[in-house]
Every structure is written in C-alpha cells, then in structure tokens.
Ligand binder design. Structure first.
Ligand SMILES: [Zn+2]
Ligand SMILES: [Zn+2]
Ligand SMILES: [Zn+2]
Length: 167
C-alpha cells in the first residue's frame, strides 16, 4: 500500500479554503523571488482567481471575473502574460485536456515532476498525485518504440472523492 500523503489530494468540499489560498500566494511570492521576478499586482490578481477554488478554470472565465471586479479594464493579453508567468513559476498548472488552469495546492517540487492530474468530470476539481511507476511505463514503451521521450502528460478524468460519494 502507498503511504497516505500529508494532505488529501481532494479536500473536503466544505473545508476552510482560506489557508489554501494564503499558502499558494506565499509560495508564489517565494517562487517569483527565487527567479529574480516579482509577483506583480496583476499576477497576484490572476492567481487569486485561479486559486479561488480547487477547480480548473478557463482563461476566458478568469477575464470575465476580473472584468466584473476591476474598475479599470484589463487587456486580455496582459492576463494571458500573467498566466504564463504563473505557469513558469509552477504555482499554476494547465489542464491541457480542457484548456484550463488550476492552482497548485500541493507543496511539491516540480523539477522532473512525475505526477498525474486527476480531474473530476462533475465538479471540475483537480488534484495532482505522484505516480512515478506510470511514467516509468510510459518511458519504457516509448523507448521500446525507439523514441526518446522528453515530456509526458497524464490527465485522468473521473469522479473526485465527494462526487463519487454522492453518486
Ligand atoms: Zn482549499
Ligand atoms: Zn503542482
Ligand atoms: Zn467532483
């Protein structure tokens, strides 16, 4: 059996999300500083929208939400650039299969991340879990085909803990 992780990948639906957001913002500030960059107010605003839940959210929805809150209109290009910077810093990830973004709520090192992404089809909650064996198998299959893999992406659709319990 695998050992349980410190925090459950899928938090309880009614959990106090404040600390999750606070932690993500703190980690973002650290990550930017480590790269000699700044968590600018715009980057922070975009991150706050993405980190507002454990769900994946599309760039268009981020724009919509910001437009509803901000007094000055934000250019879509600036929001996309902020998202790119957040992706590079590893505090936001892309859910490629849905062209959406989610905040990294896992305190993990992303260098050589061998993690799969679990995405709930019902409530859009996303979680990352380590699955090194899956990537060994992928690398093995690729290498058997005479292919040298540089990056593998595994996204799994299904039901999160809460939705599975409700189903
Ligand atoms: Zn949370
Ligand atoms: Zn992550
Ligand atoms: Zn769910």
């Amino acid at each position: 059996m695998r050992r349980p992780q410190s925090a459950p990948p899928f938090p309880a639906p009614g959990h106090d999300h404040g600390p999750c957001v606070k932690e993500t913002l703190a980690r973002a500030a650290e990550a930017f500083e480590a790269n000699g960059l700044r968590l600018t107010p715009l980057r922070r605003r975009v991150l706050e929208e993405v980190a507002a839940s454990h769900h994946a959210i599309g760039a268009y929805e981020i724009l919509e939400r910001l437009a509803r809150k901000e007094t000055t209109r934000m250019a879509p290009i600036s929001v996309y650039r902020a998202l790119e910077a957040l992706l590079d810093a590893g505090v936001v990830h892309r859910l490629e299969s849905r062209n959406a973004y989610f905040a990294c709520h896992a305190r993990h090192d992303h260098s050589g991340a061998r993690r799969i992404v679990l995405a709930c089809e019902r409530c859009a909650t996303v979680a990352e879990v380590a699955a090194p064996v899956a990537f060994d198998a992928i690398d093995g299959a690729a290498s058997d085909a005479g292919f040298r893999s540089t990056r593998a992406l595994v996204e799994v659709a299904g039901l999160c803990t809460a939705c599975a319990a409700a189903a």
